[in-house]
Design a protein around this ligand. Sequence first.
Ligand code: HEM
Length: 538
Amino acid sequence: RGPEPYSPTGQPLDVPPSDLAQGGAYLTTAQGLRLRDTDHSLKAGPRGPVLLQDHHLREKIMHFDHERIPERVVHARGAAAHGVFKSYGTATTVTKAALFAKDVETPVFVRFSTVLGSRGSADTVRDTRGFATKFYTTEGVWDLVGNNIPVFFIQDAIKFPDIIHAAKPHPDREIPQAQSAHDTFWDFVSLHTEATHHTLWNMSDRGIPRSYRTMEGFGIHTFRLVDAAGATTLVKFHWKPKAGVHSLTWEEAQLINGMDPDFHRRDLADAIEAGAYPQWELGIQTFPDTPEQTFEGIDLLDPTKIVPEELAPVQPIGLLTLNANPSNFFAETEQVAFHPGHLVPGIDVTDDPLLAGRLFSYLDTQLTRLGGPNFAQIPINRTHAPVNDMLRDGMHQTAVHQGVAPYRPNSLDGGCPFVAGAQNGAYVEVPVEVAAAPKVREAPASFADHFTQPRLFWLSLSPVEREHVIAAYTFELGKVYEQTIKERNLRVLAEIDPHLCRQVAQGLGLPAPEPSQPLPNPRPSPALSQVGDTWPVT
Ligand code: HEM
């Protein structure tokens, strides 16, 4: 057992004066010097000039000047809460993760977010919502960094900058946010038809949740669980809200945005403060870990595909309760750093190419956003498990490390021996075979079908839900300036369902195309891309 987190001497660190807030008996500078006046600068006479030797003035202004950190490049606007996850014990058949043993209670921090708006944007926009959970387990931090929609726009992380550039505000005018009035977004998703499924979910009522408390959450990717004997199972994670799934109508969402842009944030905080603690059940869909990693013909590595619950029911494995609001938005909600690669023994990743890119991206962005490599030491990010790492120094280092030999092997500081295998509770990656295959950039053929599942989703909707989808497409595409982009999107809709396409076309005052008119090739090879925009989908 190593020393306690970031207290290498084993002694609690002193409470920094700033934790006392402004309610103490007297104010001080950051150096602890008592102040008699924080309202007036030091001057040569009452009418000045102001003197440079006023350290309190300079310290106060300097610190204020640096209060903001970069907002997240995506998911900038969020609201969060503390809570507890209590395991039912039902997942012990498929994973050895300690947090899933029966009745184990694990502290959690959950951050909900919109994706595209900036930190100060409105809550009830049509957008995907983030649903990120940090589990402070006894074996280290596990982050389940999901969304409220079970599929994603892209199959390969290399397209993430493209979809986000297309969906974020225009670089010249910085308008608009989300999918409204956005030629670039609708251009991208109609040229890149693997986005069709996610876009259709966004245009459904799922794109405008009533509350964070009434959203589902999805891990989206397929993960690999490992049991105590080393047997593996592929799974998808689902959060099911106890309050049910509820959405706003578009008219409600627009009115609320005008009247209370903080609607979701307020709703979450008020509910917790009133003791109406939001709850979700965590569930898993399980699939045999076969070499093909498919289930009923569905490629489990394709994040644009779901596995219908009729084929693989969601099995409940535990209950999440959010029971405390953050005490400081910046310290907790803003500085929390989630990462899909924060795993614990019993949970591993798969080769989903979208997940692979995420494993790089989050650490990388947090290095900039949180000002250097020591953000794991920020209180909200600290694991509740003992830490004994060999990471040293760097910007914003707060630990006072002991010893002289932060390297291994060494004969000076001693240190804990490594025990082979998992006997010491160490994380051991599942030794899956890596295929002896040529290096390629092409996607697998099993990723090529972009319309069967959107059609499945459309057909699963009730008549009123379909009306909402038609109205949403008509409204959003009605705001697009370029006629060709509207027409190309109608061709995508024709591939989903002729009725949907006709209704939207009518709303736009355009002719409805027939299905199977040539669509842009979603993944033109370098040679084909020279030729243009109308290659039939293969
Ligand atoms: C942030 C979910 C794909 C890059 C987030 C957050 C969520 C999320 C929930 C907000 C975390 C928070 O509240 O702090 C997802 C899901 C994805 C996905 C469910 C697909 C299944 C990607 C991909 C990339 C990416 C493919 C890049 C290759 C980022 C970055 C942030 C972020 C850079 C900001 C993180 C930070 O500043 O701390 N994502 N994301 N995401 N995501 Fe993703």
